[in-house]
Design a protein. Structure first.
Length: 47
């Protein structure tokens, strides 16, 4: 029984770590997109 409990804790920690990694990637991607959007708007307005 005890080993199963440890496995559950480990899988919960892995899931939490994966979620936090995913969140960081989304935040970084959003930042990059925010930097690109004004340049795209300027190009669209300029042409």
């Amino acid at each position: 029984m005890r080993k199963q409990g440890l496995a559950n804790v480990r899988s919960a920690l892995v899931a939490l770590w994966s979620y936090s990694e995913f969140t960081l990637v989304v935040i970084e991607w959003s930042r990059v997109r925010v930097h690109i959007d004004p340049a795209v708007c300027d190009l669209a307005v300029g042409s």
